[in-house]
Ligand binder design. Structure first.
Ligand SMILES: Cc1ncc(COP(=O)(O)O)c(C=O)c1O
Length: 390
């Protein structure tokens, strides 16, 4: 396990764009480090030179090593990993594999990701299931006491975003996992924003399914993602789609589904992205997720404190534990104007317009927020420059 602090100078050398821009949009898409862009270019260049299928043959071992890298990241087995094109589709493949019956309940968080809520509502319409939002506690995170009291025989899934898209909140995944395990209820964790930002150990969290995107805190390419499915529920879940990579056609009337998590994959994949995602995961592991988290939390803390001292700014992050996502609004300027003003100074942020965490935003009376999300390669000086804009 790594305990040395991140070597920020080296991290910035590996991220040449740092010389030109202040990238506070890591929760949108981070900057790929050189080893990742080099891997991507190398793979694409080889495809162009010798052919796509031939490149996959040539790089078969490296492509395969993505699964062991992901397994090291999550503390699971390579057979429990599927490569999928993004976090939403990874999550969908898991969620739509459940066979719900009328009256079944799904318990989710107030700050749940918008696309996930749409999927719950779609299945509610189809199967007559109930979607129940667990209230927040006084810190704005999932209230685990309330969750314990909501468990009954109708609850068929607990499904939560670990770090919601629209703020600094980190939901108490380990405590939620403990409740899920105690009651033998499957636990689906959307780890889209937490992967690459904080250590993730599926054993200590106790989740059965977990979805990840490549482009955010993991610093991989766009169009890449992962799904983890615990071995002991793999055979209970029937993927919503099957192709001849996920299953084998045996006769005109028979097919056999493969037994590992790759039954949730497509045959055709973004191979260059898969190759580079493996490099991105190894790169993150080489810094260590503990030191990465420490550095991100320290920077975000500084950013929050300094922004709170600006008289026009209200910081809106909730949660007992707060991560690298910092959200705020100005009383005099709209979020779009702020984004534009910052962009003219080569500072990247994004806007959380509510759609990503609609239930939470509506409950809290929020509309549009500026989202500044820091990574370990950002610096204290960049934070000062950023805050100096207000
Ligand atoms: C919490 C959360 N879940 C899921 C997603 C969707 O990820 P993707 O765009 O890779 O499908 C996001 C994206 O912002 C997110 O923040």
């Amino acid at each position: 396990m790594h305990t040395d602090p991140v070597d920020v100078n080296q991290a910035r050398k590996d991220t040449p764009a740092c010389e030109k821009i202040i990238h506070f949009n890591n929760a949108g898409a981070s900057l790929m480090p050189l080893p990742v862009t080099q891997a991507l270019h190398h793979y694409l260049e080889t495809e162009a030179r010798i052919g796509g299928y031939e490149t996959a043959d040539l790089h078969a071992d490296s492509l395969n090593s993505l699964y062991s890298s992901a397994a090291r990241l999550l503390n699971c087995q390579p057979e429990e990993i599927a490569f999928v094109e993004n976090a939403t589709r990874a999550w969908d493949m898991a969620f739509y594999a459940f066979n719900f019956k009328p009256g079944d309940k799904i318990l989710t968080a107030i700050a749940e990701y918008g696309s996930n809520v749409i999927a719950y509502l779609q299945q509610a319409k189809r199967f007559g299931i109930e979607v129940v939002f667990i209230p927040d506690d006084e810190y704005g995170q999932v209230d685990t006491d309330a969750l314990s009291k909501m468990i009954d025989s109708k609850v068929k899934l607990i499904s939560i975003s670990h770090i919601p898209t629209g703020g600094g909140l980190v939901n108490p995944a380990i405590e939620i996992g403990r409740i899920a395990r105690q009651n033998n209820i499957p636990f689906l964790l959307d780890a889209c924003q937490s992967a690459g930002q904080i250590p993730l150990d599926v054993e200590s969290i106790g989740c059965d399914l977990l979805s990840i995107t490549g482009r955010k805190y993991l610093r991989g390419p766009r169009g890449t993602g992962l799904l983890y499915i615990r071995n002991n529920i793999l055979n209970q879940l029937d993927p919503p789609f099957l192709d001849q990579h996920a299953a084998e056609l045996i006769s005109p009337i028979e097919y056999k589904v493969r037994e590992d998590a790759r039954k949730f994959e497509n045959w055709e994949q973004f191979f260059a992205g898969k190759y580079a995602l493996g490099v991105a995961i190894d790169y993150a592991l080489s810094w260590g997720l503990g030191p990465i988290q420490q550095r991100i939390y320290d920077l975000a803390d500084k950013l929050r404190n300094q922004l709170s001292n600006c008289k026009d700014i209200t910081v809106t992050d909730t949660g007992k534990e707060k991560c690298g996502i910092v959200t705020f609004y100005s009383r005099s300027l709209g979020a779009n104007s702020i984004k534009k003003m910052l962009s003219q100074k080569n500072i990247n942020v994004s806007i959380s317009d509510g759609s990503g965490t609609l239930v939470s935003f509506q409950q809290r009376g929020l509309n549009e927020l500026v989202r500044a999300s820091v990574h370990y390669f950002n610096t204290e000086e960049e934070i000062e420059t950023f805050v100096g804009c207000f």
